[in-house]
Design a binder for this molecule. Sequence first.
Ligand code: ZN
Length: 359
Amino acid sequence: MDDAVSDPLVLGQRVVAILETGARDATYKLALLMALIEHCIENLPDRRNDTLQVPIADLAHRVIDLYWRQVRPFEGQELVQRRTGNKARITDATKRLRAAAGIGNSGLSLEVAMMRVPDAYADAIDTVVIALAKQPLPRLQKLPGAAASDPFLYDDSFLGENVSRKILREHDDSIVLKPGVASGLARLAGLLKPALEIMWVDDIRRMNRFLDAEIPDVAGHLFGRDRLALSAIREPFTDAFGPHCFYCSSHLPTNNPIDHVLPWSLVGIDGLANLVLACARCNTDKSSALPAVAIVDRVLRRDRKTLEDIASELQWPTQRDRTIAAARGIYRGQPTGVPTWAGYKQTERLDVGFRPQWP
Ligand SMILES: [Zn+2]
């Protein structure tokens, strides 16, 4: 086993090193790494030093999801995500899928497009799988100027510009993360994801000169949740669960926030199973903190039939399985004793020996 990656700290340092060396030609490597980290959280292996097979199609879905909001015009212009000369296969495929689903510039999610136009979705995944296999996957572990790649995350020898569908099939259309990498990336998610977002915002400012300092919130456009789109769930949730804050039970005004129970900054799950009505006070106080396990228990115990009814009415998936998988991955990766958010101005330490029991 490679000792270097058995230590999450060393793994993190090596990941940061490949990202910080030289200016990037495109944001695709950042997207790929974010996708990998989220996949590891949701598919955490049982043992710390296990390998993990990652279907490239799964990464393609997550990468499209990351660009989903970003390809919408910002300040009236389309953002450039690469230097001139680099191919735009991934963002073009994302735009084509948005167009095929007929959702314009609305905040509707990728999952909605999946339901509406399954064939166009399959085409987009296919295009992005090949695009990932040609460029960011074989380049991620290669330092700028270096002749060879240093495959500390996964074997990338079969990937590159000449990769074919046949070659991918021979590798089960997957990459295999080396021993310890999956659990290491999952444990580092809370540190790496915000760092990747900052790098992404810097890249976008560098590649889009019209974004001078006066343009307010680039990060919000790239990574912000869409409040307008989320507001569609306010009414059905109020009808189903009452006009109360999920956390403190206070009575809610009509424009209350919608809160992501598992923080949006850690896993971007917009499914109904991860959403609750909250008061502004709790929402602000919780911010991107990890909620106490009891809160996750309570949100997962909400009536499934009710959520599924709302899901089919709104064409908005519950993503219950994803939420459970992410919760497992997040809490198992935490050291015991870590503080969690247990309510307004309350923290609770994660139990020693805690083993999540979510179904
Ligand atoms: Zn509250």
